[in-house]
Design a protein around this ligand. Sequence first.
Ligand code: PAF
Length: 278
Amino acid sequence: MELLHHISDVRALRSSLGNVALVPTMGALHAGHVSLFQKAKALAPHVAATIFVNPTQFGPREDFSKYPRTLEADLQKCREAGVDSVFVPKVEEMYPAGCPEIAIEMPGLSDTLEGQKRPGHFKGVCQVVLKLFNIFTPSHACFGEKDYQQLRIITALAETLNLTVEIIPCPTHREPDGLAMSSRNRYLSATERQQALAISKALRAAELGFQQGFRQTNRLTTTMLHILLESHLLVDYVAAVDPITFKPVQEATKPTLLAVAARVGATRLIDNVVLGGK
Ligand code: PAF
């Protein structure tokens, strides 16, 4: 496995390769990331991962400095998963001193839910992902559905700007008890981890309601809120939106994304489910 630190190293390697499937990550890898690597392996002869905790997507009061950095363990996971190259740039490599600010905004998509609660977050995500796409010129790029809004925005970015990369959605990986895998789960104490289960339970309860024929989304989201509040989670939002436009949905008569963001102690977690197929 090639370990690359500079953009020039990536470009030199890239010139000798055919199709490349890219898996951008911020490290602290878990089984969910490994499933993205496996998907990528089926798509192209070369799988490239990136490990970069991107400062521009964190707000001033967010967890950039304490975000878990576990490089050695991450590289081992990449090796075991058969990743061919890993790009681990320093912040100065991606954002050299004096580089101007750049803003990609998608009104309607990037200023609701996560974008509303984390102003500037998607601007940073789009900036780094577009840079990585330009550095790697991948044929495919894999993103998890747990960050559903991010996946939608990156897909829209690729379509709208006529990028040649194909964005591949990958299903959320869950622990056996239902908790969605996330690098931030490692912040949770044992008690908090138990509390955090309320998120997947709430989504499951809404899914069951939907399967029983309930279509009014406020009924489904009220059920979810009860479950979350019972476990003393601090709810940022529970929303029912169209998975393409992210506009609110009142009646789930077509595919509807139920999305949750909630805090368990100091840890903010997100999760979602799509009712009625994708
Ligand atoms: O989902 C993530 O880990 C990050 O937002 C990404 C896509 C790697 C960009 O920094």
